[in-house]
Design a protein around this ligand. Sequence first.
Ligand code: NDP
Ligand code: MG
Length: 392
Amino acid sequence: MIRIAILGATGSIGHSTLDVIARNAEQYEVFAVSGYQRLTELLEICKKFQPKLAAVPEKEAIKFQKQLLAAGCKTQVVAGKEGLQILASTPEVDLVVAAIVGAAGLLPTLAAVKAGKRILLANKEALVMSGALFMDAVKTHQAVLLPIDSEHNAIFQCLPADFAKRSFAEQGIEKLLLTASGGPFRGWSKEALQAVTPAQAVAHPNWSMGQKISVDSATLMNKGLELIEACWLFNVQPQQIEVVVHPQSIIHSMVSYRDGSVLAQLGNPDMRTPIAHALAWPKRIPAGVNPLNLIASAALTFEQPDEAAFPCLKLARQAFEAGGTAPALLNAANEVAVAAFLEDRIRFTEIPQVISQVLDLSSIHAANDLEFLLSEDQRANQLAVSIIQKLH
Ligand code: NDP
Ligand code: MG
C-alpha cells in the first residue's frame, strides 16, 4: 500500500487525484488531505476515504474535528500552516501530491522535499518563486520530483529515463516544445481583450481547472509560469524552449532531438492521465480516461503565440532571465492581479500592466534565502495592491 498525502484535496487536481486513487484502491491509500475554504467538500472526502489526517485553517479546526466525529470518522485534524507541514512530512506518508494553488503551496511543498518524499508536483508557483532553492533541496534531501502539470509530464515521458544524469547536448536533445491551448481568447485583438469578463476568462475551451489557473491560461501567464517551471525541472534555458500554440490540447508537449526526431505525448485533455502516470511511475495504471480517438480529433494544428496581445509570456521569460527574486515578484504580482480581476476590480488587460509595474518598481536580489524570498513575496504583494488602488 502506498500512502498518500494530498495538499489541496478539495481542488480540481485534488479531485482528479482522488478519482485515480479510487480506481486503484488496492494499491493506494489516502492517508492525509487538506482543504481551505471548501470544508463541506473536505468532510465528504473524509467520509469516503477515511484518511488518518486532515489539515484545515486554524479557525476551523475545532468545528471540523467535531463534524468528523459526528460523521463517525476517526480522522485527526491538524491546523493551519503547521498542519500542512505535518501532512507533507509525516513519516507514514510515501507520496505527497502538491496541489495547493499559488504561493501558499510553497512551504508545505518544501516540507515534503525536505522530508525526502516522492512528490507529484502540480503547484507550479512554488517552483517559479524559489527555483534554485527548491531544486537544491530536492538534490540534498533526495526527494523524487515528478511533474503532473500536463506539459511537463509529457516532456518527462518523452525524455530518456536517465535524462538528469547527462547534459541535453550529450543526449542529442535540441529543444523542448511546450504546447499551449491559447486559452479562450486565442486570436482576439488587444482591443477586444479590454472588455473580457471573469466568467469568459474562466471558461477554458479544453480543460476544467481552478479559477486562478484558468485566468492564467487566458492571459498566457500559465505558459510563462510553465516556461520557468520547465527551466528548473529540466535544467534548460528559455532559448531551449519553444512555445507552440496547439488549440486542440491533444499533444501535451514534445522533445526535439538532433537527428530530426520529435517525440510527443498525446492524450485526451484530462489531468487524470499525468496524475496516474506519476502515481505509478515507472509502472502504468488505469486512469479512467477515454482512449484517444484520433479519427474524431481529425486535425491537429499549430501556431505561434501572440506575445503582443498576451504580454504575460514575455514578462515571465524576462523575469526568469533577470533571475534572483524576479520570478517570485512576477508570481506575487500575478496572484494579486488575477484575484483583483476575478473580483471585477481591474480589467483583463491590466493584469500584465500591474505585473510589469511591480517588476519595474522593484530591485532584484539574490534568492538564496527562504525567509528573504517570503518577505519579498509579501512586499510585491503589497506593491501590487497599491498599484491596483491607484489604477481605479
Ligand atoms: P483549485 O483552485 O481547484 O484548488 C486549489 C486548492 O488549494 C484547493 O484545495 C484549495 O482549498 C487550496 N487552497 C487555496 N488557497 C489555499 C491556502 N491559502 N492555503 C491552503 N490551501 C489553499 O486549483 P487547481 O486544482 O486547478 O490547481 C492547483 C495547482 O495545480 C495550481 O498551482 C495550478 O497551477 C496547478 N495545476 C492545475 C492544473 C489543473 O488542471 N487544474 C493543471 C496543471 C497545474 P479550498 O478549495 O478548500 O479552498
Ligand atoms: Mg499545464
